[in-house]
Design a protein around this ligand. Structure first.
Ligand SMILES: [Zn+2]
Ligand SMILES: [Zn+2]
Length: 125
């Protein structure tokens, strides 16, 4: 049977490792599994504020394309951790981060599309 899109977006099990800070593990209904660090999720926060910030960063990166080859300066930034997480209906999880940010709602659809594993992050075209 062909794997439907539905199964790709449907989690069979979701484990959120809050106390250890290890991140989120999702086993998908189609047999795939994903691991997300909280830092990764914070970076990919889908809320409007973070979308704006990412857009700004991208335009900055464009204007300084000549410097792109130089390594970015190390900056001290505490790693965000998750303080709490809750399910939002059947379709998403909401995570409150230690930096006070809690407006990001991560739909399983989004999570599947940002799966950081080697087979998902390699270009398919
Ligand atoms: Zn956000
Ligand atoms: Zn994957």
């Amino acid at each position: 049977m062909p794997v439907s899109d539905d199964l790709r977006r449907k989690p069979a099990s979701v484990k959120i490792h809050l106390s250890s800070g290890a991140g989120v593990d999702i086993a998908w209904a189609d047999g795939h599994s994903s691991h997300f660090d909280f830092v990764y999720l914070r970076d990919h926060c889908p809320c409007a504020t973070c979308n704006d910030e990412r857009a700004k960063k991208e335009s900055l990166a464009d204007s300084s394309a000549a410097f792109r080859s130089s390594p970015s300066l190390p900056m001290f930034k505490p790693k965000p951790r998750a303080q709490s997480a809750e399910a939002v209906g059947q379709y998403a999880i909401r995570i409150s981060f230690s930096d006070g940010h809690s407006t990001g709602i991560y739909s399983y659809d989004l999570l599947r599309s940002i799966c950081p594993c080697a087979s998902c992050s390699s270009p398919t075209q």
